[in-house]
Design a protein around this ligand. Structure first.
Ligand code: 4NP
Length: 160
């Protein structure tokens, strides 16, 4: 059974699809596609069915990452389905845990920035209402965090 990772932000059109596609890129490079699978979701219903934001896609493409996917909303059953749930910011983290009042799954839910080693940010900033630089910063931060996350998953699941 592959390890299942879910990346979560607010809209599922900027940060979490970037994290998902960056992670898939690293997983393919490491030849671990059989062992780790990724998905993403948003805590809101705002953009259900939408493709990734064009500005986010442009920033990702400049680093060689193509953003694929269609927004969907996070649902309670995701807590059961996924092995690790990575929240982009503290609001996302809280909104995920609101769906787990008994704390049954809380150990699966982590802040994405906990896996970054070269950046000091504790949250992946929401780039939606900002300029181009914000989107580029999201990609840089996520490249760092995804590398750390991959190392952690490889160690935890003994995938070497
Ligand atoms: P995301 O960015 O959560 O990284 O996908 C946002 C997308 C849409 C909105 C906010 C943030 N919005 O307010 O519509």
């Amino acid at each position: 059974m592959p390890c299942k990772l879910l990346f979560v932000c607010l809209g599922n059109i900027c940060r979490s699809p970037s994290a998902e596609n960056i992670m898939n890129h690293l997983i393919e490079q490491a030849d671990l596609s059989e062992s780790i699978v990724c998905d993403s979701a948003g805590t809101s219903s705002y953009h259900i069915g939408s493709a990734p934001d064009r500005r986010m896609s442009a920033a990702a493409k400049s680093k060689g990452i193509i953003l694929k996917g269609q927004a969907r909303q996070f649902q309670r059953s995701d807590l059961e389905t996924f092995d690790l749930i990575l929240a982009m910011d503290r609001d996302n983290y809280q909104n995920i845990l609101f769906l787990d009042p008994q704390g049954k799954y809380q150990d699966k839910v982590k802040l994405m920035c906990d896996f970054a080693s070269h950046h000091r940010e504790r949250e992946v900033p929401d780039p939606y209402y900002g300029g181009t630089e914000g989107f580029n910063q999201v990609i840089d931060l996520l490249l760092d965090a995804c590398e750390g996350l991959l190392q952690k998953v490889v160690r935890t699941y003994d995938l070497r």
